[in-house]
Design a protein around this ligand. Sequence first.
Ligand SMILES: [Zn+2]
Length: 281
Amino acid sequence: MSKSINQTLLEMECKKAILLASYLEAFNELLQETYQELDLPKLIYTPCIFIKLISGENSGETFMVEPDLRRAGSYIKINNTDEFIPPDEDEIKLEHQRLYCFMHAFTHFVFHRSVYGAKTVEAREAAMVVIADIQGFLTPPAAASRKQRHGSVDCGQFHLFDLVTHTARGDSSMGDGGAGMLNSFMNAHVCGDACKQLGLVTAKGHQKSFPRPLKFVPRRAMPWWFQQAEKDHEAKVKAQSSASTNNATSQGTENESSNMVQEPREGAEVDDELVGDESGI
Ligand SMILES: [Zn+2]
């Protein structure tokens, strides 16, 4: 991969991290307002640093650096890149069930916020964001555990990283499954109690932001280098999964340097129409 293509892909990753960090900040505030009595871990998108060498033998090389949290907390995978239905409670450890519940609501929250204010179908399509491949490290409270700090209790943090974003155009970053994934999300998502308590559902039970019926424009043709980069990544993921199975922790933390770890695109099918109730934002 050329230096310029690698740089473009890493810049997309960094922009995605900034976007998701802002969504998480807003979601944290909403959780605190809604569940004042609950001790919830703070949701954080793991910060990343973009580095470009400007001299020396490797001048022009670019890197994305993230902190290594493998020893700081326990790895938790919430869903996969094309998975929008939460697992059965029986499959989740009791102490993690609340986190799963809130991260499920977070997917709805991001979608809701992304289309908020868009007045036309075209504007909504352009703005839609669905997140997937939610994973992170849950770290315990600081040494002075559960101590009152700035008026709030330290309940630990959930450090998310390497999430996938799906958009109608399919070009937000590597792993973006395009309009087909937006359709999958809208068809599969079932609001849980948190969606309702956080105000993402109307009094009639409709999901506030799901614009139905909706026609998607065909997926835009990706630049050749984007397609090639995704093919390369897909081959790499397959090789990794065959080399080491059931090693989720190491799989999830490989993008500490310039390597980008995203799930391969799962398909670009475009549904012509969604059938359902029309509901406003
Ligand atoms: Zn929901």
